[in-house]
Design a protein around this ligand. Sequence first.
Ligand SMILES: [Zn+2]
Length: 78
Amino acid sequence: MKQSFSLLKSIGCAFKGHQYVVTHVVNERVQEYCCTGCKKEITNDIYGNLQPLDALNERINKALNELAIKKNRRSIAA
Ligand SMILES: [Zn+2]
């Protein structure tokens, strides 16, 4: 996780709440988000639960994204 995590900004987020924007669409269900305040990265899993975007979730999302791309290619070819 390459991020400039700021303690001060994360305290601001604790008061105001995180302001997440979508940074990466993995597939139709899973997206990655980044907080514009503290740069905290999260993702939702296939069950819709929010998870921190750690190394494991990054790997899972990469695999899901590759699957989604393959699926798209197939549906275009068909
Ligand atoms: Zn935040």
